[in-house]
Write a protein of this length. Structure first.
Length: 326
């Protein structure tokens, strides 16, 4: 029974030199959780280093980027006696950072995904938590550390992004209680929310106009989707990052119960389509993503599928049809 918070934290306390990681293409929850954990470990007198496949996105550039190191910049000979992974259902999700693991490295797995496969030597998984950041808050409490303003900024980003700013069904009394504690440290709510939800580049807005014109639905409008080709991206000068919130527009259509957004990948991933899913009501979209080797939550999930945009649309529509009939 290596899963209780006490066992988890006392094992953590015994280690000194930590590698911290989260998933590739990190979003708010992953970034906020890892940054807060980095600060926590330093306050416990530990050495800690964050290593991630991808940088902190522009939108979150107000967070301490100097703490963020890219996998490709770190020598494979560095040794760590522990790895702390946050917000990852599987260890593979950390990408190249896993090459820094030695046979002696103990793995600490902190997460809130129901689909977490408990890959750690120590696992602290709380599927009822609204965000991994909520689980991290519990760890602060267990170590009797009062969360400071910078940690609170990171953790607020975690919880605000994973709850869609306290709007999604995973929002609980606890999420609001934690938010209240975080706000009491004096964080700048307006600045954080502006950066998260109200700051777009001109390219993003132009890309949205292209994407809005590509929305398709089933005749009953229960399913909506749109796909972004490499050419669309080139034409507008936008980036994949710019499309991040677009799937919400598909979900905003009144009748829609399932939405998916596809982007054609480039470089080493050419020939693959990245697919994000959202669902409303009781439909579980993580089941659809899992069938393509991806994962996520009931109402938000993702995966990568090989094929053209047309082929992938067909495959996904078939799977959704089956989930719909369940
Ligand atoms: Mn999360």
């Amino acid at each position: 029974m290596k899963d209780s918070l006490d066992i988890f934290c006392s094992a953590l306390q015994k280690k000194d030199n930590f590698l911290l990681a989260s998933h590739v293409s990190p979003e708010g929850d992953a970034i906020g959780s890892v940054l807060a954990l980095d600060s926590l470990l330093h306050r416990l007198g530990k050495k800690a280093m964050i290593v991630c496949e991808d940088p902190i996105p522009e939108r979150l550039s107000f967070l301490p980027q100097d703490r963020w190191h890219l996998s490709k910049e770190i020598s494979k000979h560095r040794q760590f006696d522990a790895l702390v992974v946050a917000d990852c259902p599987t260890l593979e999700r950390i990408g190249e950072a896993s090459k820094l693991l030695g046979p002696e490295t103990q793995v600490f797995n902190i997460d809130h995904h129901v689909s977490n496969v408990r890959f750690g030597h120590y696992n602290y998984i709380r599927p009822e938590a609204c965000a991994c950041g909520e689980v991290v808050c519990e760890i602060f409490k267990r170590f009797k550390l009062k969360i400071n303003r910078d940690e609170a900024t990171a953790l607020y980003v975690s919880i605000a992004t994973d709850t869609g700013s306290f709007k999604y069904s995973n929002t609980t009394v606890k999420s609001h209680e934690i938010a209240s504690e975080l706000i009491q440290t004096g964080i700048d709510i307006e600045k954080i929310n502006d950066a998260l939800y109200a700051t777009y580049s001109l390219q993003t807005i132009q890309l949205y106009s292209v994407l809005l014109s590509k929305i398709q639905t089933t005749p009953d409008r229960m399913v909506a989707w749109a796909g972004l080709s490499r050419e669309d991206l080139k034409k507008t000068g936008g980036t994949y990052e710019d499309t991040e919130g677009f799937i919400d527009f598909l979900k905003y259509i009144k009748e829609v119960q399932f939405a998916f957004f596809m982007s054609e990948l480039d470089g080493p991933e050419k020939g693959f389509i990245r697919v994000s899913f959202r669902s409303k009501g009781d439909y579980d979209v993580s089941q659809v993503a899992v069938r393509f080797g991806g994962g996520g939550h009931k109402k938000a999930a993702g995966c990568t599928i090989s094929g053209s945009l047309e082929e992938v649309t067909e495959k996904v529509l078939n799977e959704i049809q089956q989930e719909y009939q369940r």
